[in-house]
Design a protein around this ligand. Structure first.
Ligand code: HEC
Ligand code: HEC
Ligand code: HEC
Ligand code: HEC
Length: 411
């Protein structure tokens, strides 16, 4: 066995110890099956058999060295054995959509296990194809809104750094649900609202960035606007009873599509009300709500709402790359060097392949509950950054050694 695996000895696990840790995490992924242990602790014969399989079938794509020569194709060298076996099964069972079956689908379990043992026994690749990926880079300490900053430079001019604008007549953007934010932005391009500058700016953005901007403003601490209005607070409060069913008792909207009015700038508020009434801003429900209101009543309402306390929305700040990476490392090991033979090593993996597979978990091209949950919240910028981090780490082989253990029998 030593001869077959001339690799750095990273982990020595007794079968006993391994079995007990695996049982604890069994709900995550299936515990290692008896036949899978053969690939974990292979004999020299098994590895030779795996080499034959690799030579006849896999090498045309994966090479005999298991080192990828194409963007989007995985390195197999040094990959964890149980994972290699299960990944092949996943293609056979169609839980991965990629068409590899026609080449490997006829292989029996024995062949799959031995070829897994063969590729996992090779020295892992450290071949960085992408010049933008440096070796062993530190985790990117990036602010989760980094990719938005450039397109938000313009917004700051009018809406200030946090969306709590000082200028009178500017809407407060904090305390809004991201869903309303998106609707309100798109209204400038579909024509149901009119504002030249807003239309021009929104027209240049894609929907994902608009959504992310909504999250950005929603996680800022909301402040009451400086323009409080000069109407009659008490009249406003009484009139507001007609608005509470949609906008909330205190102007903090509960429903995602409803705007929060608490703390809203009075001048902007009055303009919005007038625009609903004269049809500049088209909205049936709001037209019904304002149709019979006089200008003075609008001013009173604005005054009442401007003094209400806006509440921060229940929206979570997206994680920074470093925080994501720490989560990935719980399963995939420090720097992506997994110690659990069921979890793939990510260190040194082909960058294009990492980003492709993460996208596939998120979008359903790969069927895996755990990874679907992990990959879905990642933005494409997150995927690029996290992928680049793992791709740039030095991959390390792991050798599992079965040690004789006194009470092995009793297990
Ligand atoms: C026709 C080319 C081709 C052949 C032949 C082929 N593969 Fe692959 N293999 C690929 C491609 C492409 C992928 C990436 C698919 C994806 O994106 O899911 C892949 C993915 C894999 C994976 C998943 C790796 C990971 O990190 O998730 C394993 C394991 C694998 N192949 C093993 C094998 C073995 C073992 C053989 C021989 C029995 C083999 N492949 C034959 C092209 C091939
Ligand atoms: C030139 C100043 C200016 C700039 C730059 C600007 N806005 Fe505005 N924005 C306004 C004004 C004025 C309104 C109110 C227009 C109206 O009456 O419909 C507004 C309205 C909005 C609204 C609707 C608020 C609501 O409560 O319905 C959102 C959302 C918004 N802006 C977001 C942004 C974002 C995001 C950016 C940057 C991409 C941006 N704005 C850039 C001036 C600006
Ligand atoms: C049937 C539900 C409903 C009722 C009742 C209602 N609203 Fe609205 N209101 C909405 C919706 C939905 C919007 C967002 C419309 C849009 O996208 O332009 C809105 C938008 C607004 C806005 C613009 C907010 C912004 O940030 O641009 C103001 C101001 C407003 N309502 C005030 C009121 C007042 C005051 C009343 C009571 C007199 C009232 N609304 C009653 C549903 C309602
Ligand atoms: C709870 C454990 C767990 C966590 C946390 C986790 N993963 Fe995974 N990951 C897995 C398992 C299990 C697989 C194999 C899934 C399969 O069979 O397709 C996997 C597969 C992958 C793959 C495919 C690798 C390949 O060779 O095809 C990538 C890429 C990946 N994970 C990245 C990540 C990233 C990035 C994170 C953090 C954002 C993360 N994972 C967090 C368990 C986890």
């Amino acid at each position: 066995m030593k001869k077959a695996m001339p690799l750095p000895l990273v982990i020595i696990a007794t079968l006993l110890g391994l079995a007990s840790t695996l049982v604890q995490s069994a709900p995550l992924t299936q515990a290692i099956q008896h036949q899978e242990r053969a690939a974990l602790f292979p004999s020299a014969d098994m590895i030779n058999q795996g080499r034959d399989v690799a030579e006849t079938i896999c090498s045309s794509c994966h090479g005999m060295d298991g080192i990828s020569d194409a963007e989007g194709k995985p390195h197999l060298a040094g990959q964890r054995a149980v994972y290699l076996y299960r990944a092949q099964k996943a293609y056979h069972e169609d839980s991965r959509v990629e068409e590899i079956n026609q080449h490997t689908g006829f292989l029996n379990d024995n062949a799959l296990l031995s070829v897994a043992a063969y590729y996992s026994s090779l020295t892992p690749a450290f071949k960085i194809e992408d010049p933008s990926v440096a070796e062993n880079v530190d985790p990117p300490e990036e602010d989760p809104f980094l990719s938005l900053r450039a397109s938000m430079r313009k917004c700051i001019r009018c809406h200030d750094e946090t969306g709590n604008a000082e200028g009178s007549g500017m809407p407060n953007l904090t305390a809004q649900n991201p869903e309303y934010f998106v609707t309100s932005m798109l209204a400038y391009v579909d024509g149901s609202r009119s504002h030249k500058m807003m239309k021009k700016l929104v027209g240049r953005l894609d929907e994902a960035s608009i959504r992310d901007m909504g999250v950005f403003y929603a996680v800022q601490e909301p402040l009451r606007s400086k323009t409080q209005g000069e109407g009659d607070f008490n009249v406003g409060r009484r009139l507001a009873e007609n608005c509470a069913s949609c906008h909330g008792e205190d102007g903090n909207a509960k429903k995602a599509k409803m705007p929060t009015l608490a703390g809203q700038d009075a001048k902007y508020f009055i303009k919005a009300m007038k625009h609903y009434k004269d049809g500049t801003r088209q909205h049936k429900k709001m037209f019904d709500a304002v149709e019979r209101l006089s200008e003075q009543e609008m001013i009173d309402l604005a005054t009442y709402y401007a003094t209400q306390e806006p509440h921060q929305r229940d929206v979570r700040t997206p994680l920074k790359s470093t925080e994501w990476i720490a989560r990935c490392e719980r399963c995939h090991g420090i720097d992506g060097n997994s110690n659990d033979p069921r979890f793939p090593m990510l260190a040194g993996q082909n960058l294009g392949y990492l980003t492709k597979s993460l996208t596939a978990y998120a979008e359903g091209g790969r069927d895996n509950t755990t990874m679907h949950a992990m990959a879905t919240p990642l933005s494409s910028a997150d995927i690029d950054r996290i992928g680049a981090y793992f791709a740039s780490q030095q991959p390390k082989a792991v050798v599992y050694i079965q040690l004789p253990c006194a009470d092995d029998e009793s297990q």
